[in-house]
Design a protein around this ligand. Structure first.
Ligand SMILES: [Zn+2]
Length: 606
């Protein structure tokens, strides 16, 4: 077999050739005589590829080297490969005869932005496995938050929230970052970076996390910090949560210079995120700031950064964020060069009971400085998006959180897959060109179905959900797929994502009844792997059995909380904590113990 790169030498094209050679080599008989040409026909816009394969020769052509790689994985999928989760040990690679090689089709991704942003507690392997999985599932971007992902690595290697594991040595974050960025570049994925942290940096802190910093704010920086209640200082001691006085010329100058320096020193970054503090109702109240709005100040700052990048010949895209105070559109300021920017809409307080609905959009509520409440429902969130779209018509995407907290409330993951699919189908109505999912990388208990559906739906929202469910479940659970799907669907129907995410009253007798039923369902469930299933399916069945034990304990704790029995809830939560803590080594890539305990404690109230 030979795989020939027809286009000029390129790392991503060479990687696509290696991948195709490896998978087809395992799939086809050793004497198969096949020659495939990989070719780039450069075109702007969304990823696009054409596959033309016959038993002895063929070609994969793409609009970029990345699109060729996406085409190669898509062709493998059509030939029966199933990439069910991050990690190459969760892939199904069938044996086929050369006569199966009859494919001729073209695909163009429905959306430009199809990415995932790192959250949770992650090992080096978790990050690299996830990046490897992205293009196999149709994604084309990864967001390494902050300047280095140290906070996510620390949570794992120190085993925060898991006292049963002693802290272990952590690889150097810079080295992990370099490896991750090399893996991203090798696949031609778009790299997003930073986000929060700039405000803390302006004030002289590293700000690579949401941690408090015990060092006092330097006197020569004090005038740059937001004035709140007459005082300028760190907000709650946390640099990343502290806003600036954007009327202060030094603060603006330092901010713009920091971003420009970073963009110059990091030419591999495609999308640089310029966010303010990660807290709200803590913006500057000085008389100069009061004469305008935070969004107007933000737009003026972005314009200044754009001018500096242009002067230096840098084409880095800048991402601005609609979030908290910045949900209110600017009154006067407008971006001079919209092409430099992408609008990122982050409806962090949305419900996950329903998908987006563009039909119900109320007016934007009046803005009152440091007295805002976050929009609760989707319609209110969308009102803000419409407001910004009226003043900015450039590139845009949604930054959403179905797998960032709320997923722990869906005990079957079938509901969340459905919400994600529905959301993605409505993105165009919202005028958004894709999604970056802010999420745990280890969102895989009981399986990676929601992440799988997200990647596939972002590439092609017309692929129907039932087909994807069938594809995923039959590959993961073999002949037992109907039993697995019925158990998980039933758990999903009993579940409430919003409750676990901290929305709604904590006392909820109706939900308590549902959680009792979910716990009973889990207790009664016996994972029965079908005869003759291979090692990949055996793994999925093993985890389904474990999931029933984990989800049963979580449901019991939630039932007690919703009944108002907080003592019982606390002791059941402790039991859950010990159980998943002790089992984390075995199920590490699938369940993020740090994060599920963080969410159920700090959001759910367990
Ligand atoms: Zn001010």
């Amino acid at each position: 077999m030979e795989i020939i790169c027809v286009s000029p030498a390129d790392d991503t094209l060479a990687f696509a050739a290696d991948e195709l050679r490896d998978y087809l080599g395992r799939m086809l008989p050793t004497d198969a005589a096949l020659s495939v040409a990989l070719r780039v026909e450069p075109a702007p816009g969304n990823d696009r590829f054409a596959v033309d394969l016959s038993p002895d020769h063929g070609a994969i052509t793409g609009s970029s080297p990345r699109a060729v790689l996406l085409g190669a994985y898509d062709a493998l999928r059509r030939l029966g490969c199933r990439f069910l989760a991050p990690g190459r040990d969760s892939e199904i690679v069938p044996r086929i005869g050369p006569e199966a090689l009859r494919l001729r089709y073209e695909k163009t991704a429905a959306f430009y932005h199809r990415g995932v942003c790192i959250e949770g507690a992650d090992s080096r392997e978790n990050i690299l496995d996830f990046i490897d999985w992205l293009p196999k599932t149709g994604y084309n971007a990864f967001f390494l938050q902050f300047k280095t992902p140290v906070v996510f690595l620390e949570r794992w290697y120190r085993h925060l929230n898991n006292p049963s594991l002693p802290p272990e040595p952590m690889p150097a974050p810079e080295a992990v970052m370099a490896e991750a960025e090399a893996a991203i570049a090798r696949r031609g994925l778009m790299l997003h970076k930073v986000g929060h942290g700039w405000t803390g940096q302006v004030l002289g802190y590293d700000a690579n996390s949401w941690d408090a910093d015990s060092r006092p704010l330097a006197e020569d920086k004090r005038a740059m910090a937001a004035e709140i209640g007459g005082v300028r200082g760190l907000f709650g001691g946390v640099p990343a949560n502290t806003n600036l006085c954007l009327a202060d010329p030094d603060a603006r100058e330092r901010f713009a210079a920091l971003v420009t320096d970073y963009a110059r020193e990091n030419p591999g970054v495609d999308y640089l995120h310029i966010w303010l503090a990660d807290a709200f109702n803590n913006i500057c109240e000085c008389s100069a700031c009061r004469r305008t709005t935070l969004s107007d100040q933000y737009v003026a700052l972005l314009d200044d950064i754009d001018r500096r990048l242009t002067a230096e010949g840098l084409d880095t895209k800048l991402v601005f964020l609609l979030y908290q105070e910045l949900l209110w559109p600017p009154k006067k300021e407008r971006l001079a060069h919209p092409d430099r920017f992408a609008l990122m809409f982050a409806p962090i307080s949305r419900t996950f009971a329903r998908s987006y609905d563009a039909a119900q959009v109320p007016p934007i509520p009046p803005y009152v400085r440091n007295r805002i409440t976050l929009p609760g429902d989707l319609g209110e969130n969308l009102a803000f998006l419409r407001g910004w779209q009226a003043v900015f018509d450039g590139d845009s995407f949604v930054y959403d959180y179905p797998l960032g907290r709320a997923h722990y409330g869906d005990l079957g993951y079938v509901h969340m897959a459905r919400i994600i699919h529905g959301d993605t189908q409505r993105l165009r109505e919202l005028g958004l060109n894709g999604t970056v999912s802010c999420q745990e990388l280890r969102a895989g208990m009981p399986n990676f179905l929601p992440n799988y559906v997200m990647g596939r739906a972002l590439f092609d929202p017309e692929e129907d959900l039932d087909g994807l469910l069938e594809e995923y479940f039959s590959a993961a659970y073999g002949a037992g797929a109907p039993q697995a799907l019925s158990f998980l669907s039933e758990l999903s129907e009993l579940s409430d994502c919003d409750y676990v995410n901290g929305k709604g009253p904590r006392r909820d007798p109706e939900l308590a009844g549902r959680m009792d039923r979910a716990a009973a369902l889990c207790r009664a469930f016996a994972a029965a792997p079908p005869a003759g299933c291979g090692p990949v399916q055996a793994g999925f069945w093993d985890r389904l059995g474990y999931h029933a034990r984990y989800a049963g304990r979580l449901a019991a704790a939630l039932a007690a909380l919703a009944r108002g029995d907080t003592d019982a809830a606390a002791s059941l939560w402790q039991e859950l904590t010990s159980f998943i803590g002790a089992n984390e080594p075995r199920y590490q890539p699938w369940l993020d113990v740090y994060r599920v305990l963080d969410v159920t404690k700090n959001y759910t109230g367990l």
